[in-house]
Ligand binder design. Structure first.
Ligand SMILES: Nc1ncnc2c1ncn2[C@@H]1O[C@H](COP(=O)(O)OP(=O)(O)OP(=O)(O)O)[C@@H](O)[C@H]1O
Ligand SMILES: [Mg+2]
Length: 256
């Protein structure tokens, strides 16, 4: 099967006034349709930078990113992003109009945009909040709106940068389960960044473990779907321990 998204030998750098910061070094991975692909690694290893380059906001200095075999040269509606921050919504627009906005910008006719927005809001269980403004929502609800807004565009890939990191533990768990239900429904290809091992194992079907700064691929794990029902089970625990040793061991463990 052809990968939907190919990240091929990608080195990413930031230029600051006095030096270059290498965020990732020759990172390669392929993502296939309907995968729940996790980028896992310590703070500063370049996870957000990789997402930004997939989204087309940043060009690799080496290597290439391809979507459906074509090089990514800029942002596009086929790659929608959900961020960590709760303030990614426009405070002067209702939930409905926040969700409809990117569709209208992309010249989808108003009636269709509003219909699709309502359907997406239903999918994230916010039907009752369709006409309220963001300040009336909890953090978790705002993240659901951001997810609805991205999904309503029907992207090829949904990019999520630690979308639940600022939530309390219980809400975070609930949101992870909801995301899995949403994925069951839509089969959207997910690229999900986290530095939580638990979240990686619950949400992911495949996990890419990155080394500390500058990020390099340390290991790639097929996890299938262990799911929350097995979280206390031996399989889940063993995988968690294995990933933990990969993240915290400096030895070269890529062969494991
Ligand atoms: N705008 C920038 N200018 C210069 N350096 C940057 C910039 N953004 C990120 N960096 C550097 O690039 C490296 C990777 O940053 P990035 O934000 O991608 O890490 P991350 O894995 O997402 O970390 P976290 O888990 O803390 O979000 C870090 O060393 C960071 O300091
Ligand atoms: Mg980040």
């Amino acid at each position: 099967m052809e990968p939907l998204l190919a990240v091929d030998g990608v080195t990413l750098q930031y230029k600051t006034p006095d030096h270059l910061v290498t965020a990732t070094w020759r990172v390669s991975f392929d993502i296939f349709p309907a995968e729940r692909f996790i980028l896992l690694g310590p703070s500063g290893c370049g996870k957000s930078t990789i997402l930004k380059s997939i989204a087309g906001f940043m060009k690799p200095v080496e290597g290439e990113i391809r979507l459906d075999g074509r090089p990514v040269i800029g942002p596009g509606p086929d790659r929608m992003m959900v961020f960590q921050e709760f303030d990614q919504l426009m405070p002067w627009k209702t939930v409905l109009h926040n969700v409809a906005f990117p569709m209208l910008v992309n010249r989808i006719p108003q009636k269709e945009a509003l219909d699709r927005a309502r359907a997406a809001i239903d999918k994230v269980n916010l039907t009752k909040f369709t006409d309220v403004f963001p300040h009336m929502l909890s953090g978790g609800m705002k993240q659901r709106v951001a997810i609805a807004r991205a999904l309503a565009m029907r992207p090829r890939v949904l990019l999520m940068d630690e979308p639940y990191a600022a939530l309390d533990a219980l809400t975070r768990r609930r949101m992870q389960d909801e995301l899995l239900e949403l994925w069951d429904d839509t089969r959207v290809t997910l690229v999900f960044v986290t530095h939580s091992i638990q979240e990686a194992v619950v949400v992911g079907s495949r996990i890419l473990v990155l080394s500390p700064h500058p990020g390099q691929v340390r290991a790639e794990l097929n996890t299938g779907h262990l799911g929350k029902e097995h979280e206390d089970g031996p399989e889940f625990q063993a995988l968690t321990r294995r990933i933990s040793s990969m993240l915290f061991d400096n030895a070269d463990i890529a062969a494991h």
